[in-house]
Design a protein around this ligand. Structure first.
Ligand SMILES: C[S@@+](CC[C@H](N)C(=O)[O-])C[C@H]1O[C@@H](n2cnc3c(N)ncnc32)[C@H](O)[C@@H]1O
Length: 273
């Protein structure tokens, strides 16, 4: 695969049709990564046309992920399940968590072959982190997989991460029911951190993003605040509640980055009741 300045002609892993762009690889490109194909870069560029602030949206999302993981580590969580973890990039969950708590364990889940292959390479020598190649809409496949059984103790609190993943779940897959199934598998005191695309704010052109993504493997379904709140059923939202990415506990000195109108993603952390 090639970086953004190199010519196409990349090696194609088994199971990948390089002509069909994927969310994982377009997102990797937007974050400056090199694990993407020409079709992914084309998709990312089309998204940039309809949503010029999309790189900022991705960066604020990653910054939220970092703050949410550190918040959970501080609350005592030592095991994480990262649904739709994507292609490894700067600031992966195991790097953030294990820097703060070396005994932290992390299970990643994704179904994109490039995301899975690169995660396996990165984690080959890390006994406390692994990836499950599974569809997150099938919780049993995730929770019964070897890495999850080996690394997660479901009798103790887990940090469940659903960061820019809920909007890939179509209405017919019943997102609220799916989140409830994960919640029911977790011990009280577990946390759910999520971000979710919305077009509640006029600066976000949800409909055009939806149409652009139709050429990819991953359709998107922006949701309203009320719909996103339903995903937190059975959790108590921690302060400041459901906000947008840059407004969720911004660190000192970064308040200038706060811009609810342009974040594009609702963000929140809830504690399982
Ligand atoms: C935009 S990336 C997000 C990566 C990371 N969570 C983050 O927020 O930085 C979304 C990821 O979800 C994965 N994904 C989408 N639907 C999925 C599903 N049903 N099962 C497993 N992974 C899925 C995609 O392959 C992609 O890697």
């Amino acid at each position: 695969m090639t970086g953004r300045h190199e010519a196409p002609g990349e090696q194609v892993p088994p199971g990948v049709d390089p002509e069909i762009p994927s969310a994982a690889r377009a997102y990797d490109y937007l974050l400056g990564g090199g694990h993407n194909f020409a079709a992914d870069r084309e998709l990312a560029k089309k998204i940039q046309v309809v949503q010029p602030g999309v790189v900022r949206i991705a960066q604020q999302n990653r910054a939220f992920l970092r703050r949410a993981v550190l918040f959970m580590v501080e609350a005592g969580v030592r095991q994480f399940l990262d649904l739709g973890s994507g292609i490894p990039t700067v600031g992966n969950v195991h790097e953030i968590a294990q820097a703060a708590a070396p005994d932290a364990r992390v299970v990643y889940v994704d179904y994109d072959p490039v995301a899975v292959a690169h995660s396996r390479l990165l984690l080959a020598h890390n006994d406390n982190a692994d990836i499950v190649d599974a569809d997150i809409t099938r919780p049993h496949d995730v929770l019964d997989a070897g890495p999850a059984r080996r690394l997660l103790d479901l009798d103790r609190p887990v940090g469940l991460l659903a960061v820019t993943i809920g909007h890939y779940i179509p209405p017919e897959a019943d997102p609220a029911g799916l989140f409830a199934r994960y919640r029911d598998a977790l011990a009280p005191g577990s946390f759910l951190a999520l971000t979710h695309l919305t077009d509640d704010f006029t600066a976000i052109r949800g409909e055009q993003i939806v149409n652009t993504m139709k050429s990819s493997r991953n359709n998107v379904f922006p949701r309203t605040r009320e719909e996103v709140l339903k995903l937190f059923t059975g959790y108590g939202l921690v302060e400041p509640g459901l906000v947008t990415t840059s407004s969720w506990r911004p660190g000192k000195g970064v308040t200038s980055m706060q811009d609810t109108e342009r974040d594009g993603l609702y963000a929140g952390v809830g504690r399982r009741l």
